[in-house]
Every structure is written in structure tokens, then in C-alpha cells.
Write a protein that binds this ligand. Structure first.
Ligand code: GDP
Ligand code: IMO
Ligand code: MG
Length: 468
């Protein structure tokens, strides 16, 4: 059977930890969308692993698959695999031949376009995610399978690279041979020049193809996974990002360019919707909100310069104090970029929208420990929009930006020994925290499968194992 893990908010809900928790019973863990914009944390034997591309299950010896819905930067992939090997692990990673490849020009263009967009910029990770998906949809992308066929690779590069160069130079006015063009931090002038050079790209990516082939890493993803399921094995489908940054269901245009929602799990792996639908779909919820990037956020506390729209550093002082408390307690600094994340109270319309879009069969609610010690905990129960109460998100971001959250207040819960709580079980969670959790489950009409009370796998109260 399959278990699909979906972020129900804005990313960083603790998906990596839940994949790790339930991954024991899985034989294969497959990612179905996104690329190295993700940052998933797994804490294993006191060691912290931050994974951008390798599926989280690979830390525990599961086969990790990057599905056809992913965009793959081979440089990141191999450097991540090599680093895991240096730490004594033997990650077994397979890559869908239909997955698209992130090339250096995608990263450069991501930077250039972000600078150009100004107010419309999503604050991307500059990993080239958007430009790669654009090329996929524009039918000018290069796929993993093409890296294994040098003539095809050459032909595709010869078609597309001059266009990318013209886009950078003639449309955006950025010279790609000498300027860094606002690309990734690691790029220097020389790399950017090479990033638009057909011969250089051909040699470099053909070599990546050779390594993929030599290590037997490429698969026909749907067939590979279906055969496993037919053999009675358990497959976990690991979503990256979250529902509110989904290209279709999120706060467009402040979104990523793929579908983290559960529909993405079928299109992005080649398993049928009926197969994924027979399994479980678990919504991962952070007990409050965090956000890396721009756009409105009705339940935001305080603000972060450069991300909170129109933020001038003058949010109410008590909100700033709360925001700083939650940010520091929760370590809300980006896994990939180290940027401070925006924080806010839980947003129930956002969660109702997520539960519907993905059809959650269960919930894992994380970071309950982070809110401990507060006198009271609020949730945005609904929005007020033009005199009406809304229980779910409106379809446009502009309308969402005009929504005022209406809050419910819960009594806070004390700081306790969370490791003890996790070993004793659900009833050991402080009563006020249980009231809060049960409110969320009731509103979303989905049972609680797990409650995260700390970053480690042992710091999780497990109520239900979806594979049993
Ligand atoms: P992902 O992108 O959804 O996998 O989440 P990230 O790894 O980017 O961010 C989640 C962070 O919170 C990581 O540092 C986790 O180790 C940590 N974390 C996960 N669950 C919990 C929890 O229940 N409590 C606390 N305090 N931290 C958690
Ligand atoms: P995980 O899997 C949080 C955000 C970026 C930006 C927008 C678009 O760790 O939850 P992109 O580089 O994807 O084009 O950026 O999406 N974003 C994330 N925010 N967690 C993530 O992944 C994210 N991946 C992308 O900050 O606002
Ligand atoms: Mg993350």
C-alpha cells in the first residue's frame, strides 16, 4: 500500500520527521515533486541530516526514488549522496528517467527573474525550480533519460541554450559571460559563463549520465513502484513544500512551481489515483505557521524585513515578542537558506482548504512543544471578508490579503518533559494541548495519527501507524 505525506501549510511542517517515523514499515520512499528547494530534517541517533533532494527514507536504508514529477539537479544529488556516504550511510537512490534536469542556466535565470519581479517575487530559493518547470511545460526541457543518450542531449542543448542566453541578455539585459547575474551564492563569473555554453554543458551532463548509468540509478518510476506494490511492499510518497505554496492551490504567485498536494503523488510517480487513493494521505500540520517568502499571511505575528509585505519594523511590540519567542523555540530559520522564517498563529481556513484538496485520512501535528510556556495560544478560526465569515481560503491571493483573521483563544500548556510524554502516550500530553489538538482534528474531520513534541523520532506520540 501507499502512504502519502503532504505538507498542509507553507512548507517546513516537519514532513521529513514523519517520513522517518513511519518509514520503518516502508520499503521504498519516493518523492513526487519539487527539487533541491526542499529542506527535510531527519534526526537519527542524535545525528541531524538535512536533505534537499535525497528522499528522507534513505537515511534508514530504504530505497529512495526521485519521481518523474521532481526536478533534479545532478550536482546537488551527487554531492548529497557523497556526503551521506562520508557519514557512513549507503543511500540507495533511484531517479525517474522522466524527471526533468535543473541546468545551471535555470539557476541563473531564477535569480535574474526574481530581481526583475520585485513585488511579484516569491522569494525563491534560487535553485532554478521555476525555470526548470517552465521548460518542462514549454516542452523544451531536458530529462534524466536524455543524459544517458549523448546525441539526444546534444540536440536538446543546441536548441535550448541559445534561447536561454538570449533571454538573459536580450530580454533581461544581463551578460551571462562575465556577470554572475544574481544567480546562486556558489556561482562565480566563470561558472555562469559555462552555464550557457553548449559544449561545456554537454560534457558535464553526459558525465552525470554516465555516473547515473554506472550506479544503476535510473528507473521507469511508475513501473518500478507498481511492481513493488504488487509484490506486497509498502511505498511511502514523500511530498515536499506545502499546500499553500502549491502552484494550483496555493497563494499564487507566491508559490513554488509544482503540486505538493496529494494529486501530485500520482502524476509525479506514475501510480494511478486509485492506487494512491486506496492508501492513506497524511496531512502534516505545524501547530503554528511558519513561512519563508513573501505574500500575505493573515495570522502573522510581527514581521520579517524583506518578506512581510510593507513591513517597516513597526508591528505591535507584544506580537514581535511572541514572534521572536516562537521563532527561537522552534528554530524557525530556513534549512536551505538560513533565512529567518515568518511566524504566525495556526490558520484554520488554510488547513480546511488543505484537507479538502488532498483528502487527508489522518493528521500528524508537530511542534506542540514549541508553544509550551505561553499563557494563551490563539488560532485563526475563520476570516472576515467584506462583512462575511469565510471558513476556507478564497481563490485569489488578493482576496486572501484582504481577509482579517478572527481568532479563538486556548489556554496555554506548560513546558514538560516531552520525552517522557512521548513514551507514556497521548494521555500524558498536557490537557490544554489535547484540547487544542482535538479542536484541529474536529475541524478537519480527520483523526490524529501522531503528535510531534520534539525534533527527534522518539519525541513523537504515535496514535496510529498507517501501514498497520
Ligand atoms: P520539512 O521541510 O517539512 O521536512 O521540515 P523542516 O525539516 O524544514 O523543518 C522542521 C524543523 O522542525 C526541523 O528542524 C525538525 O527537526 C523540527 N521538528 C520536526 N517536528 C518537530 C516537533 O514536533 N517539535 C520540534 N520542536 N521540532 C520539530
Ligand atoms: P520543504 O519541502 C518552505 C518557498 C520559497 C518561495 C517559494 C518559491 O522544506 O517544506 P522555489 O525555490 O520553490 O521556486 O520558491 O516557495 N519554498 C519553501 N518554503 N519549505 C519548502 O520546502 C520550500 N520550497 C520552496 O521560499 O517562497
Ligand atoms: Mg523544510
Amino acid at each position: 500500500m501507499t502512504v502519502t505525506i503532504v505538507g498542509s501549510q507553507l512548507g517546513d511542517e516537519g514532513k521529513g520527521g514523519v517520513v522517518d517515523l513511519y518509514g520503518d514499515a516502508a520499503d521504498v520512499v519516493a518523492r513526487y515533486q519539487g527539487g533541491d528547494n526542499a529542506g527535510h530534517t531527519v534526526v537519527h541517533d542524535g545525528e541531524k541530516y538535512k536533505l534537499s533532494l535525497v528522499p528522507s527514507g534513505a537515511v534508514r536504508g530504504k530505497i529512495g526514488v526521485l519521481g518523474n514529477g521532481c526536478v533534479v539537479n545532478p550536482e546537488t544529488l551527487f554531492s548529497e549522496i557523497d556526503k551521506l556516504r562520508e557519514r557512513g550511510l549507503e543511500p540507495d537512490v533511484r531517479v525517474a528517467e522522466r524527471a526533468h534536469v535543473i541546468l545551471p542556466y535555470h539557476r541563473v535565470l531564477d535569480g535574474i527573474e526574481e530581481d526583475e519581479k520585485q513585488d511579484l517575487a516569491a522569494g525563491t530559493t534560487k535553485r532554478g525550480i521555476g525555470p526548470t518547470y517552465e521548460d518542462k511545460m514549454g516542452r523544451r526541457g531536458i530529462r534524466i533519460g536524455d543524459l544517458l543518450e549523448p546525441e539526444v542531449l546534444r540536440e536538446r542543448l543546441e536548441y535550448v541554450v541559445p534561447q536561454k542566453r538570449a533571454l538573459a541578455e536580450d530580454v533581461f539585459g544581463v551578460s551571462v559571460s562575465d556577470a554572475n547575474g544574481g544567480s546562486s551564492d556558489e556561482s562565480d563569473g566563470a561558472e555562469v559563463g559555462e552555464g550557457f555554453d553548449v559544449d561545456h554543458l554537454y560534457e558535464t551532463y553526459r558525465e552525470y549520465g554516465e555516473r547515473l548509468a554506472a550506479e544503476g540509478m535510473t528507473v521507469d518510476c511508475g513501473t518500478f513502484l507498481q511492481e513493488r506494490i504488487d509484490a506486497g511492499e509498502n511505498v511511502m510518497l514523500e511530498g515536499a513544500q506545502g499546500t499553500s505554496i502549491d502552484i494550483d492551490h496555493g497563494i499564487y504567485p507566491y508559490v513554488t512551481s509544482s503540486n505538493p498536494t496529494a494529486g501530485g503523488a500520482t502524476v509525479g510517480t506514475g501510480l494511478g489515483p486509485t492506487v494512491v487513493g486506496q492508501g492513506e494521505v497524511i496531512g502534516i500540520v505545524k501547530a503554528y505557521l511558519s513561512r519563508v517568502g513573501t505574500g500575505p499571511l493573515p495570522t502573522e505575528l510581527g514581521g520579517v524585513e524583506g518578506q512581510t509585505p510593507d513591513y517597516d519594523g513597526n508591528a505591535p511590540a507584544d506580537e514581535e515578542v511572541l514572534a521572536t519567542y516562537i521563532r527561537d523555540e522552534g528554530g524557525e530559520y530556513g534549512t536551505v537558506t538560513g533565512r529567518p522564517r515568518r511566524v504566525g498563529w495556526l490558520d484554520m481556513p488554510m488547513l480546511r482548504h488543505a484537507a479538502r484538496a488532498s483528502g487527508f485520512t489522518g493528521l500528524a501535528i508537530n511542534h506542540v512543544d514549541v508553544l509550551a510556556g505561553l499563557d494563551e495560544v490563539k488560532v485563526g478560526h475563520a476570516y472576515e471578508y467584506e462583512g462575511e465569515e469565510l471558513l476556507t481560503m478564497p481563490p485569489t491571493t488578493e482576496k486572501w490579503g484582504r481577509c482579517e483573521a478572527t481568532f479563538r483563544t486556548f489556554d496555554g500548556w506548560p513546558e514538560v518533559d516531552w520525552a517522557d510524554v512521548a513514551s507514556e502516550g497521548y494521555e500524558a500530553i498536557p490537557e490544554n494541548a489535547r484540547t487544542y489538538l482535538e479542536y484541529v482534528a474536529d475541524e478537519l474531520e480527520a483523526p490524529i495519527y501522531a503528535v510531534g513534541v520534539g525534533p527527534g523520532r522518539e519525541e513523537t506520540v504515535v496514535l496510529e501507524n498507517p501501514y498497520e
